[in-house]
Write a protein that binds this ligand. Structure first.
Ligand SMILES: C[S@@+](CC[C@H](N)C(=O)[O-])C[C@H]1O[C@@H](n2cnc3c(N)ncnc32)[C@H](O)[C@@H]1O
Length: 489
């Protein structure tokens, strides 16, 4: 980030606009949203600016710019439309350490003005550091559509209620809780509907509800954060993240997801690295109960879906025993995200009527699935946590007479920028994992393939088939590129 977004207090502050044409008028229009003291310096002013002078909304000096005009100004805009004249204004401002903006010349600006969504006093500033103004405009259009016109009224109202809220509720955490209820619930809705009596009534009800619940324990939300890409987070998960006082975070949760939480929320990392240091499950349970008993709203963040290989049972049971409310917020599980990313259907009419998920790692190291039944059924399944045990899984399935050419698709880091997918078969699986350096997290799909479904595999899928080993230079298709080289691998 080269430009750091801040809001500058311009209340009755002197701001200089140099130029009297359309460019200057555009800047003045924007500045008139503030209560700044605006002076325009130009030999001639266009009619819109003349009218503003007449209406005493701005002041004008009808002459050429002089460097002394910069003195004591809070901000300066150079908008003459003449490159040399704008450059002279920029040089004078820089010499006096006054922030300057030169229209259409980001290279000589010391500040730039973002696109603004104005719901005064709620304002959203959107900037792309000059890289893609069209993108900024698109975001602005979307926000203009999504943010109700009366949002500023809600904020104004909140401002006026601050003293009353502080007087009613002394505890900071409960006060925050009250604001959440007010600004998301019926109170906000009534203010937006300009229903004064309804808003007053909703306010009193919310204050009463928060006081009533004050002595009660907090609660825990077990939140599925999906496979990694923050775009796959549900709206409910985002809401719970924003409400949380404490975040208890697993290893596979993408740090970018934490940006949805409040900055002041406490973060406790309890990641379990495979084979590495770990916070024990008992300790995690203890943390959840302890934080909730202190009345806090706890967000327990887990990769994928909390109810799929997520140790949810242990945590739910500890919370139930302590009498603490627990909500489950579903997430997109790794197998589904992997399948979607590769456009690989996991069920298909007449071919795959059942789809199962299995774990390839158990606490006691015993892979006690009914491998014979799996091999016999001809049905597809996805293996979680199977990177380390892939050779053993392969051996057990081959011993159970599953065909060595059964398709296997390995998806590593699904939905993340470093996602990789490799199509191989059961016979080649163990060597594939080593040669391709698969470290995980990964999903292994067994018995699924695009060809069987009459579909083409996406281009990004690498291939690893040892049976194709033919010295590369002897192959008739040797000139066709990387895929073939990798097949030789
Ligand atoms: C402890 S389990 C958690 C599963 C999670 N609750 C879910 O629903 O996806 C961890 C395993 O999920 C799989 N996994 C998680 N994130 C993944 C990703 N982005 N790509 C591929 N596999 C992933 C891997 O098999 C990993 O070893």
């Amino acid at each position: 980030m080269k430009y750091f977004p801040i809001y500058v207090d311009l209340d009755r502050q002197p701001v200089l606009v140099v130029g009297g044409g359309e460019q200057a008028a555009q800047k003045v229009r924007l500045l008139l949203k503030t209560t700044a003291d605006i002076t325009v310096v130009a030999e001639a002013l266009e009619p819109e600016l003349e009218k503003l002078v007449l209406d005493e909304r701005i002041q004008a000096e009808r002459r050429n710019f002089h460097p002394s005009d910069i003195e004591a100004k809070r901000l300066v805009y150079a908008a003459t439309g003449d490159e040399g004249a704008d450059r002279a204004v920029a040089d004078a401002a820089r010499a006096r350490n006054v922030p300057v903006n030169v229209v259409d010349r980001p290279d000589v600006c010391s500040f730039i003005t973002p696109a603004i969504v104005d719901r005064d006093p709620v304002t959203v500033a959107i900037g792309t550091e000059g890289a893609a103004p069209v993108l900024a405009r698109e975001i602005k259009t979307r926000l203009e559509r999504d943010l109700p016109d009366g949002l500023g009224r809600v904020a104004d109202r909140a401002q006026r209620l601050r003293a009353r809220v502080a007087q009613e509720i002394g505890d900071g955490r409960l006060r925050r809780h009250l604001w959440e209820r007010l600004l998301k619930g019926r109170f906000r809705e009534r203010v937006l509907a300009s229903d004064e009596a309804g808003a007053r009534q909703a306010f009193e009800m919310e204050v009463h509800a928060v006081k009533r619940d004050a002595g009660r324990a907090g609660h825990v939300a077990l939140i599925g954060c999906g496979p990694g890409d923050p775009d796959l987070l549900t709206l409910r998960a985002q809401q719970r993240l924003q409400e949380a006082d404490v975040l208890v975070v697993d290893r596979l949760v993408n740090p970018r997801i934490l940006e949805f939480a409040r900055r002041d929320a406490e973060r406790i990392f309890v990641g379990k690295t495979p084979g590495g240091p770990a916070t024990s499950q008992d300790e995690i349970n203890r943390i959840l109960v302890h934080e909730a008993e202190a009345g806090k709203t706890v967000a327990r963040l887990k990769g994928g879906d909390p109810l799929i290989f997520g140790r949810a049972v242990e945590e739910m049971s500890a919370l139930q025993q302590a009498g603490i409310a627990c909500e489950i917020v579903p997430g997109i599980t790794a197998a589904h995200a992997s399948a979607a990313s590769l456009a690989l259907p996991v069920t298909s009419r007449g071919l795959h009527r059942k789809f199962s998920v299995l774990t390839g790692a158990t606490a006691d190291g015993v892979l006690d699935h009914d491998w014979s039944a799996l091999a016999r059924s001809g049905e597809a399944f996805a293996i979680y946590m199977g990177v380390r045990t892939a050779p053993e899984i392969r051996r057990r399935l081959l011993d159970a007479d599953m065909a060595a050419d059964t398709p296997v698709v390995v998806v590593e880091n699904a939905t993340l920028p470093n996602e990789r997918a490799i199509a191989t078969n059961l016979g080649d699986l163990a060597v594939c994992m080593i040669r391709k350096g698969v470290r995980g997290p990964a999903i292994l799909f067994v018995g699924l393939d695009w060809t069987d479904l009459g579909l083409a595999a996406p281009n990004k899928v690498e291939r690893f088939f040892r049976e194709n080993i033919v010295p590369f230079e002897q192959r008739s298709d040797a000139s066709t590129g990387t895929d073939q080289k990798e097949a030789v691998g």
